[in-house]
Design a binder for this molecule. Structure first.
Ligand code: KG4
Ligand code: ZN
Length: 361
């Protein structure tokens, strides 16, 4: 079964073809990052305007792998002819920015009606999880084992930090969430304060990687909020404030040194908390696999710390970390989620919902 996925929840415009939920045939993503770099963040209506321009060309390009068996004549109807080989469409319905979501949802509805294909609505957060089911060029089918249930999932993105127990496809239990800011948001706000470029998270990681214990001439210490709390919730807002205080205290220090030290300690604080909560949940729920998902899962320090802790605890659990390009927002994970959780709805009932939570259907 070949599903065409469409994702426009934030500033990306992405379309992908995925076969049977696991085999990635194409992934095309346009971003308005350059524009946001100029302003230091996303301006929702500008993002939506850019998405409106790129959505049809992006979808058309994503369908190209299906052109190999089509006769070359009749190029004008190529969109329609390529679409005849798609079995269903899938689209992100939320959470996200309303203007951006509407562009993906309304385009997908129009195409589904015009092509007479089913349309499967997908929760963006659930989509992130399915990055762990996809095979890419770097992960050939033979080496890719699908995660076993129950799986413990840490979804860490710019807008969400959720710890979820996944008992099966479609059976999700939210164990904990952030009480205020998301982990990615914390990286982003602190990165902005340091004067790093947008998107801030990868630049925090880059700066932190320059840190060596010997090279640091002073100690920055940030709190690890809720690290020992009895529940599985997170809180990153206080960490942001503590970061600002440390930043101000170091105003006379060489700027480069200050940036590296602060970025390093911030990354350590965030990853310490995330790893500690995952381990606490492992002890209580005994999952067979641990899955990382969302943009912050691209962070190598988080991946390595998690790997090391699991190894040190001698836990017989497989850790899944998605390929880097599938951590951040993309349509491949949406197509995969639609295959495994086919939430059939008539096209007229499908609507964008910016405030969906991970467990809402
Ligand atoms: O999942 P995503 O692409 O979009 C949302 O759904 O929010 O996540 C974006 C977030 C941003 O906060 C970005 O700074 C963060 O993921 N991020 C990273 C890294 N790459 C992206 N944070 C830390 N280290 C990274 N390498
Ligand atoms: Zn996302």
């Amino acid at each position: 079964m070949t599903i065409l996925g469409i994702e426009t929840s934030c500033d990306e415009t992405s379309a992908a073809l995925v076969e049977n939920g696991t085999k990635l045939l194409s992934l095309v993503t346009a971003t308005s990052q350059e524009m946001h770099q100029k302003y230091g963040g996303i301006i929702p209506d500008r993002a939506a305007r850019a998405q409106l321009k790129s959505i049809l060309p992006v979808i058309h390009e994503s369908l190209q792998p299906l052109s190999s068996n089509l006769k070359p004549q009749n190029p004008t109807s190529s969109f329609q002819r390529l679409a005849s080989k798609v079995d269903a469409l899938a689209v992100t319905v939320g959470p996200g920015l309303i203007g951006s979501l509407l562009i993906g949802v309304e385009t997908a509805k129009s195409l589904a009606l015009a092509w007479n294909k089913p349309l499967i609505p997908v929760n963006h957060l659930v989509g992130h999880i399915y990055a762990n089911w996809l095979q890419t060029d770097q992960q050939p089918a033979t080496s890719h084992q699908q995660p076993d249930f129950p799986a413990l999932v840490l979804i860490v993105s710019g807008g969400h930090t959720d710890l979820v127990l996944m008992k099966d496809h479609g059976k999700l239990e939210l164990l904990g969430t952030t009480l205020d800011d998301a982990a990615g948001e914390c990286f982003d706000k602190c990165g902005r304060l340091l004067g790093l470029p947008y998107p801030y998270g990868p630049y925090i990681e880059q700066e932190a990687s320059k840190f060596t214990v010997n090279g640091s001439q002073f100690t920055v210490k940030l709190p690890r909020p809720l690290i020992n709390s009895k529940d599985f919730n997170f809180s990153f807002s206080g960490l942001k404030t503590a970061f600002l205080n440390e930043y101000n205290k170091l105003s006379t220090v060489n700027r480069e040194l200050r940036t590296v030290n602060l970025a390093h300690e911030l990354q350590e604080a965030v990853t310490d908390v995330l790893v500690a909560k995952v381990l606490k949940a492992v002890k209580e729920f005994h999952p067979k696999s641990i899955l990382l998902a969302g943009g912050v899962a691209a962070n190598l320090r988080l991946r390595n710390k998690m790997k090391l802790k699991i190894k040190n605890c001698e836990l017989k659990i497989l850790l899944y970390v998605p390929p880097l390009k599938l951590c951040t927002d993309n349509a491949a994970v949406i197509a995969s989620a639609a295959f495994f959780q086919p939430n059939h709805r008539s096209v007229s009932k499908i609507q964008a919902n910016p405030s969906l939570t991970i467990t809402s259907v």
